[in-house]
Design a protein around this ligand. Structure first.
Ligand code: SF4
Ligand code: FES
Length: 1007
């Protein structure tokens, strides 16, 4: 296991480099430009010129520019500092620099690699982060990590690209910079006063599945042990609460029984409510490699995952329980159940049988809207295959009957004995990277340490004893949605929000924003300063981010991995656990024991957490930092003296229930919380994009990750569009009973009629306009009665064409992306429709678009020009009564553009900007409203392959010559790195083949 390898790599003799010139060397797979100056000092930086995207810097001229040592790119002549890598002409651009040294006449380049874990999804991939100086310069998948064996997806491969300009660097009170001491003193004073006046339940903590286990442990103990409130919940409530409740009701413990290895031995992989190809791409690569005989996908949408299925059950939204009950009905009718497993290892079968008997095949087909033959086929394969593994995620969890959906699916595994053997079992895919770790330490309103229940008196006593406090309060805490209701009602007066963004991610945002406005004291702790929630912060606490902190996380397969700091946090940012510890040291509450959180380092916290698990289902008393460092990530349970963790649970058929038997749960069907009607006839479902993560706090700072889906869109079936008199690409208003948003409509013939889809990620930072609350302006806060998880996956909406004919678009780059984004803050509410997103790859910029009824006041246009630097005297301009244009060139390339009144020329101007292409003969057309100026080369369009920047048009053009995926990959390289784009490439190739098959007979007939 490569933990923290600091390598000085010998690259060449010093004498091999002519003074004042450079050479190029391949160092750990990276092209590095190495320069020797006249005084024999040596500098190294990336060889790639970010403007021309060519590996050419080693051929550049080195010299002194205004006192700075620089190399000039031989292509467009930008200068890069040899010391910092910063571009002299464009401060927003910086390239990696590497430490060098000379030894025995040789030049050494220092690159160290730190083994850590990806911070996005619950697959928990191992990452090797290359460090030079105080910067992570690149990442690669850790070949030794059992979750990914060296693979990463587009998000993981971009971990090091998060834009530092968005980082929070120092504590603030009411927007004023303060020291940590001042800030924490202010906080303890306010906590003390509020608790004295209103009791401990007047404060609440809303934390995050992005926390490391150690962070979670400390915050949980701070709330329940020190302050004496159970008001601590987490964004895992929006993610895995129903999965956890489903496991506990049926199998007796919140423990996924299967493991990733089961993918390799499953004969049937049954994916329900998960677009695994996009949400958990590295696991999907494993499924593709394993090529299970059957890949059944249950999803109302024809996602990339569904397109790869051998059988796709495109069920009506919210009908999952009926489908699973109907499948159980068939298993019973056809004798496909495993009678002996049911008899020996389960109980309460009659109750499930009763419900299933009422769910005939005809009824199932009618409610689900899928053919009877498909349901029959699915039930047969599920029960009769040698091993069936089901993978499921938010399609089941984010529902007002999420627990029932989970339980109904687990019923199928129990009835067919598809559990506790290689390749079989129910396997929830965790959304948040450490939602599991949070549940392990009891970091939710209804839990206590080590999977103990708050409602259990014995458990409360055990935890109080372990913590050395008199008692743990028995009053249940507020869960996520309830907590913000209580803040809005003034019941909770102080709320501390850490590493999560409820002003974007919770449903029914109008109420959430009201709550944030009304909170007496709102504390926001985050690594990023510009989240939607941070805008409301009375106190802002800067937290360390990925690559800057130490601890552990647990992935979907119960595997505990070390997370390691590769670089120090920027500015005054601190690790999350440290912030809670320093706060607790200052907090003195009458009658509460102090000194509870005296930890010096994360390992101290881990060791205490470990002790709480002794004898519990997740016993990790055999684990230690030393063992994880020596032997790599391990699965739990891993009790003391065990040689290894447990790969798969329940292989002996014994379950952690009082009887030792798994329990069937009757799951009668309940309709979705908000049915469609004449006023709101469409069903809205939300989900993930391939290259974005959750509320985009981090991925939303990486310009390259916008290329696959550049702006917020609502996808709709073409017939639904035409029925509403809307064209593909039109601007529409989507309305629910709670609010409305404007966004662009996109026709998708693969979507079922009556269903519309909006990605879950777009919050007010990107999607402004009248309401400024993003996609969750529309969703509703109906909760599952067992898990309290909200129904984010379904609500009723209607859609109307937007009556906003006047358009404006501006884009470009100036200082850094954060300044540009913040500069646009006051303008995000200036029009009913306003969108700002990042554009570009290596050199990020911002695109801003608005639509309104008529042209705004000149003052708005002037403000936009100022933000983009278009108020410079050298900017070219054109104005008439209805239109305006501004173009700012930098040398021979486009730096910023504003088009108002007529935005037709945006696509080609933006492409010129993105490619940093010389405007040459197009110069005469820059101020003209032309769609395609003469001599323009074909536009690239949307990017499909992020790794190799391959666009849809390039792929389509290739497919007119060949429909072989191997030739496509060989020619354009797309799909040959992380593979995240492979499902889309395969879909395109299949389409090309189908078109060719249709075309051939026609051609033959013609002949
Ligand atoms: S699948 Fe992608 S996002 Fe998830 S852990 Fe792996 S690299 Fe990170
Ligand atoms: S997106 Fe990574 S290979 Fe295409």
């Amino acid at each position: 296991m490569n933990l923290h390898e600091r390598d000085a790599i010998r690259v060449c003799r010093l004498e091999d480099i002519v003074p004042n010139t450079g050479v190029c060397a391949l160092v750990r797979g990276r092209q590095v430009a190495i320069f020797r100056l006249g005084d024999d000092s040596v500098y190294a930086l990336d060889n790639r010129d970010p403007f021309s995207k060519a590996n050419v810097l080693s051929r550049g001229i080195v010299g002194d520019l205004k006192g700075e040592l620089v190399v000039a790119s031989p292509v467009y002549k930008q200068h890069f500092s040899l010391v910092s890598g910063c571009c002299v002409e464009d401060a927003a651009v910086q390239i990696p620099v590497y430490r060098t040294r000379i030894g025995d006449g040789f030049v050494f380049v220092e690159i160290s690699e730190v083994a850590t874990t990806c911070c996005y999804c619950g697959i928990g991939c191992g990452v090797l982060a290359s460090v030079s100086g105080d910067a992570i310069t690149s990442v690669r998948g850790d070949p030794a990590h059992p979750a990914n064996f060296g693979r990463l997806c587009t998000k993981g491969l971009s971990l090091h690209k998060a834009d530092p300009s968005f980082r929070a660097l120092f504590p603030e009170i009411h927007g004023q910079r303060k020291t940590w001491d001042e800030t924490l003193s202010f906080l303890v004073e306010r906590f003390g006063k509020t608790i004295a006046e209103h009791g401990p339940d007047s404060v609440g903590f809303y934390v995050s599945g992005q926390f490391l286990t150690e962070d979670y442990y400390v915050f949980n103990k701070l709330a329940k042990g020190l302050i004496g409130t159970n008001n601590i919940d987490t964004n895992s409530r929006l993610c895995m609460a129903s999965a956890a409740a489903g496991y506990k009701q049926t199998l007796g413990a919140d423990a996924p029984p299967a493991c990733y290895e089961d993918v390799d031995s499953a004969e049937c992989v049954f994916i329900a409510g998960s677009n695994t190809a996009w949400a958990h791409p590295v696991l999907f690569r494993r499924i593709e490699r394993a090529k299970p005989k059957h890949l059944i996908v249950v999803d109302p949408r024809k996602t990339e995952t569904a397109c790869s299925a051998t059988l796709h059950l495109q069920i009506a939204p919210g009908s999952d329980v009926v489908l699973f009950n109907g499948m159980l009905h068939l298993m019973l009718r056809e004798g496909w159940c495993d009678e002996s497993y049911i008899r020996l290892h389960t109980e309460n079968f009659e109750s499930a049988r009763q419900v299933a008997s009422e769910t005939s095949l005809e009824r199932t087909a009618a409610i689900c809207g899928v053919p009877e033959t498909h349901i029959y086929e699915a039930a047969k394969i599920f029960s009769r295959s040698k091993a069936t593994l089901s993978l499921y995620c938010q399609g089941l969890n984010q529902s007002s009957s999420g627990t029932a959906k989970n339980a109904a699916l687990i019923n199928l595994h129990l009835a067919s004995g598809q559990i506790g053997k290689p390749g079989a079992g129910p396997f929830s895919l965790t959304g948040q990277p450490n939602a599991m770790g949070g549940r392990e330490v009891g970091g939710m309103a209804n839990l206590l340490s080590a999977h103990r229940d708050l409602g259990n008196e014995e458990h409360r006593r055990e935890v109080a004893e372990l913590w050395g406090v008199e008692e743990v309060p028995s009053k249940p805490g507020k869960t996520a949605v309830e907590m913000f209701d209580a803040v809005r009602a003034g019941e909770i007066k102080i709320v501390w929000i850490a590493c999560t963004n409820p002003a974007q991610s919770l449903p029914d945002q109008k109420l959430v924003h009201e709550a944030l406005e009304r909170a007496e004291l709102l504390i926001v702790q985050d690594a990023y300063r510009n989240t939607e929630t941070a805008a409301y912060a009375d106190v802002f606490l800067p937290a360390a981010g990925w690559g800057e902190k130490e601890g552990t996380m647990t992935n979907s397969e119960r595997r505990v991995s070390r997370v390691r700091a590769a670089v120090p946090p920027p500015g005054e940012a601190l690790p999350d656990w440290r912030i809670a510890v320093e706060f607790s040291k200052k907090l003195s509450l009458p009658g509460r024991k102090g000194g509870l959180l005296n930890y010096e380092k994360p390992e101290d916290i881990f060791n205490e957490h470990r002790e709480t698990t002794r004898g519990r289902d997740l016993d990790i008393t055999g684990l230690s930092y030393a063992l994880l460092d020596e032997r790599g990530p391990q699965q739990w349970p891993f009790p003391e003296n065990a040689r290894e963790g447990k790969k798969r649970l329940y292989e002996d058929g014994v379950f952690p229930t009082p009887s030792g038997r798994a329990r069937f749960v009757p799951t009668p069907h309940r309709a979705v919380a908000e049915e469609v009607d004449a006023g709101y006839p469409l069903r809205l479902t939300t989900g993930r994009l391939r290259d974005q993560w959750h509320a985009m706090s981090r991925t939303g700072t990486i310009a390259g990750l916008f290329a696959h889906e550049p702006e917020p869109r609502v996808t709709v079936h073409p017939e639904d569009l035409s029925r509403a008199g809307i064209n593909d690409g039109d601007l529409v208003q989507v309305l629910s009973r709670r609010g409305h948003i404007y966004l662009q409509a996109a026709a998708d013939p693969d979507l079922m009629r009556g269903l519309v889809f909006i990605p879950m990620h777009w919050g007010a930072r990107f999607l402004g306009g009248e309401s400024r609350r993003g996609v969750n302006e529309l969703t509703l806060g109906a909760l599952d009665p067992s898990s309290q998880q909200p129904e984010l996956k379904h609500c009723a909406v209607r859609m109307e064409r937007a009556q906003l004919p006047w358009r404006l678009v501006a884009f470009g780059n100036s200082r850094d992306a954060f300044s540009l984004m913040s500069g646009l803050d006051p303008l995000m509410g200036a029009a009913p429709y306003a969108v700002r997103t990042l554009i570009g790859r290596d050199s990020p910029g911002v695109r801003f678009a608005i639509a309104m009824e008529k042209a705004p006041h000149e003052e708005i246009l002037e403000k936009i020009d100022t933000v983009f630097g278009l108020d410079a005297p050298e900017a070219a301009r054109y104005d008439d009564s209805r239109h305006g244009r501004r173009i700012l060139l930098q040398g021979n390339t486009v730096r910023a553009v504003r088009l108002s009144g007529d935005t037709r020329s945006e696509p080609w101007l933006k492409e010129l900007w993105e490619r940093a292409a010389p405007v040459k003969e197009l110069r005469h057309y820059l101020l003209l409203p032309v769609e395609t100026p003469p001599g323009l080369r074909a536009l690239r369009g949307r990017t499909v392959c992020n790794c190799f920047n391959v666009s849809e048009r390039e792929i389509d053009a290739f497919l007119t010559k060949s429909n072989s995926i191997i030739e496509l990959q060989a020619s354009l390289k797309c799909g040959t790195n992380c593979g995240s784009c492979l499902p889309e490439l395969r879909r395109k190739v299949s389409l090309a083949k189908a078109l060719e098959a249709v075309a051939l007979p026609l051609t033959a007939a013609k002949v």
